[in-house]
Design a protein around this ligand. Structure first.
Ligand SMILES: NC(=O)c1ccc[n+]([C@@H]2O[C@H](COP(=O)([O-])OP(=O)(O)OC[C@H]3O[C@@H](n4cnc5c(N)ncnc54)[C@H](OP(=O)(O)O)[C@@H]3O)[C@@H](O)[C@H]2O)c1
Length: 340
């Protein structure tokens, strides 16, 4: 016996990946529905070797459905997630709407699977920001060994993190560079993204940081440990898929780089690629379509006490969103619903 599963936002970047991953991982599905807005009513999307026709979220009845994987923006989530939850369907949400709600667990299954039992307060589970998800997979096993005091992270985030429109803007601007008559002014991003980098993701906060940077701080505290201090600089780069992060970590105790490498090699969800030679590290293009979070360039930082540097890359549409959501669905099935 399997689950009745709804994918909400099935025509989007994350929604399509969710359908792919549910099929790839042979999630036990009895019935599946693909929903989007009325604009795309009837659009066909793939689910393994099947084709699904999208239905209208606005008129969908969630009664009798076990779980709904949401990948629509926060505004639409605010309207529809409570409807699904009230109908008894557990919502696994990709937007930022519920992440900081104390009554909603925020889960990365490799890091805090025990939090799943908190789902029942609202019948909602939140999925973290893409940059946080891959980073905490790397931080947690190191924190368990040597207790992290402070993290300094710089991100290099792909345009797919800004949805379909972000990918289109990079594509169109790149073509326009070679065809000066076809000017493509910035719309989704604040400045030209083709052949450029932009140190600005989401809105500015009062202290000068951006909301994306704030999210990495707040979510790391909620998922791993409130005692960890973290400062982030989040940058959009002209890469289609795959977020990269340069992470500097200060520990309470000394942690040797070889031991850190061994710990990470043994940890769930991680692939260590770390040879000190040309090409002996991971880059975003190699990570597209993969489940793992790739760790490279592990090395001591001798400028601080107990310091370590590393490079972390993952497919943001997978570990940063769709894969993590499906892993939460698997966890919910295994630990709570127990139907599969
Ligand atoms: N991309 C990432 O790396 C990433 C990572 C973590 C979290 N997220 C979050 O995941 C969500 C989706 O992101 P995305 O990248 O997949 O965006 P996207 O490619 O722009 O897709 C948006 C999806 O939402 C649907 N939608 C929008 N408004 C709707 C409404 N009022 N009613 C019903 N459906 C509606 C769209 O349907 P139509 O096609 O019908 O418009 C489409 O299926 C966002 O909340 C985003 O913040 C994304």
């Amino acid at each position: 016996m399997g689950y009745n599963v709804v994918v909400v936002g099935a025509t989007g970047n994350v929604g399509r990946e969710m359908l792919n991953i549910l099929a790839e991982r042979q999630f036990p599905v009895d019935k599946i529905a693909a929903l989007a807005s009325r604009r795309s009513l009837g659009t066909e999307v793939s689910f393994g070797d099947k084709t699904l026709t999208t239905e209208d979220l606005d008129t969908f009845d969630f009664t009798g459905w076990d779980m709904a994987l949401f990948a629509i923006g926060s505004d639409a989530t605010k309207k529809y997630a409570p409807v699904a939850a009230k109908a008894g369907c557990v919502v696994i949400d990709n937007s930022s709407l519920y992440r900081y709600d104390p009554d909603v667990p925020l889960i990365v299954p490799e890091v805090n699977p025990q939090a799943v039992h908190g789902y029942a307060k609202k019948n909602i589970i939140a999925n973290p920001n893409c940059s946080t998800a891959q980073m905490v997979v790397a931080l947690k096993p190191l924190h368990d060994r040597a207790t992290i005091r402070r993290v300094v992270v710089s991100t290099y985030q792909s345009v797919s993190g800004a949805g379909k429109e972000g990918m289109d803007e990079l594509w169109d601007q790149t073509k326009a560079v070679y065809n000066p008559t076809a000017e493509v002014p910035p719309k989704k991003f604040q400045k030209q993204i083709a052949f450029n980098v932009i140190p600005h993701i989401d809105v500015f906060m009062e202290d000068g940081s951006t909301k994306e940077e704030w999210k990495m701080v707040a979510e790391t505290k909620k998922i791993v440990d409130p005692a960890i201090k973290l400062t982030a600089t989040c940058v959009r780069v002209p890469v289609f898929v795959g977020h990269s992060e340069a992470i500097n970590i200060e520990f309470e105790e000394f942690l040797d780089e070889d031991e850190a490498r061994d710990i990470l090699r043994e940890s769930p969800g991680i692939m260590v690629i770390d040879k000190r030679e040309d090409g002996g590290y991971a880059t975003p293009v190699e990570c597209v379509g993969d489940f793992a979070t790739f760790i490279s360039r592990i090395r001591q930082d001798s400028t601080i006490e107990n310091g370590l540097n590393l490079w972390c890359v993952s497919d943001n549409l997978r570990k940063g969103a769709a894969l993590n959501a499906v892993q939460i669905a698997e966890l919910l099935g295994r630990e709570v619903l127990k139907k599969g």
